[in-house]
Design a protein around this ligand. Structure first.
Ligand code: CO
Ligand code: CO
Ligand code: CO
Length: 317
């Protein structure tokens, strides 16, 4: 397993090239041109990360919309993708989940236009989202140039916190801060990235900060230097890691990246696992020319690295 696996598989199938496909498999979302209009299309669904169904619906909606924002787009419509054990009856749980999603969609002016449910013992919920570009600019994952800075717009550690929640180390009432981050839309960050002249962008989800960062420089003539001590971390994350609360995905991500990342020798195992901690509805990773940085004033953002000439590797300092 590794970042972009299904996308890599799709790319390897030799799907006939259609000139309407402006961005195909391998980016956060696809862009398909129809009668001069560039549509953004994406789908994402997840298993519950919190117990409260309304919050889960809202978080999953933010997570699904994020891929549109990562392309520099504006979401317009969405369809619900549901796995649930009593599709046929619907229950209060499913209703609350959908209401949670709607609370986010209404805030962003996105219409929920349909959905599909299959019988599934482990609940799944997400959205397939259609949008359009905000400007002529497409924020692809690749496109950074030497000297660009790497920015992130949310702290990491969600995977550790939700693992601690599942492990009974913390009550849901006490993770309000993590829930608020997951319910924070990447909309404003995306708009500012475009206006600030961002050269590349992706969002941080299941493959962790390093997994998604790697996609920005993979097979390129650039290396990415990450300043470990500048990476923002959510509260209590190190305490939970000390208790062994690390998501299995963090280990998988780290093992996939082992030969692609050069870690500072003094970095602890915990620090490495935090950099590969799977995020739900994580922040945007943005490659910005330094002159564009001031546009982020007043919005959460951290400069965590820079791009330099190289061979497609990450160096964590
Ligand atoms: Co993405
Ligand atoms: Co995605
Ligand atoms: Co992008």
């Amino acid at each position: 397993m590794g970042p972009g696996d299904l996308e890599d598989l799709l790319s390897s199938l030799g799907i006939p090239r259609n000139e309407s496909v402006i961005v195909g498999p391998g980016d956060d979302a696809a862009i398909f041109e129809i009668q001069g209009l560039r549509l953004i299309q994406t789908i994402d669904f997840i298993t519950p990360v919190v117990n409260d169904p309304f919050s889960f619906g809202a978080i999953s909606a933010c997570n699904s919309l994020s891929d549109v924002y990562a392309m520099g787009g504006k979401p317009l419509s969405a369809m619900a993708v549901v796995g649930f054990s009593s599709c046929d009856y619907g229950t209060e749980v499913l209703k609350l989940t959908l209401k949670g999603a709607l609370s986010i969609l209404e805030r962003t002016g996105v219409s929920l236009v349909g959905g599909h449910c299959i019988d599934d013992r482990e609940m799944k919920f997400g959205l397939s989202v259609t949008g359009i570009l905000n400007s002529q600019k497409i924020l692809t994952t690749k496109g950074a140039v030497e000297g660009d800075l790497l920015m992130i717009t949310k702290p990491v550690g969600v995977g550790v916190i939700t693992t601690a929640l599942k492990g009974g180390k913390i009550d849901e009432d006490d993770i309000g801060y993590a829930k608020r981050w997951m319910m924070t839309l990447n909309e404003e960050a995306s708009l500012r990235a475009i206006n600030g002249g961002a050269r590349a962008c992706t969002d941080v989800t299941g493959f962790g900060l390093l997994g998604h960062a790697y996609n920005m420089i993979k097979d390129s003539g650039l290396d990415m230097v990450i300043f470990n001590d500048s990476v923002p971390v959510m509260d209590h994350v190190f305490e939970f890691m000390d208790m062994g609360m690390v998501a299995a995905g963090a280990y998988n991500n780290l093992s996939y990246l082992q030969d692609k990342v050069q870690f500072r020798s003094s970095l602890s195992m915990e620090q490495k696992l935090l950099l590969t901690d799977p995020q739900t509805s994580g922040g945007l990773l943005i490659a910005m020319p330094e002159v564009g940085l001031k546009i982020f004033q007043g919005l959460s953002h951290w400069v965590i690295g820079r791009f330099q000439k190289g061979t497609g590797r990450i160096i964590v300092e």
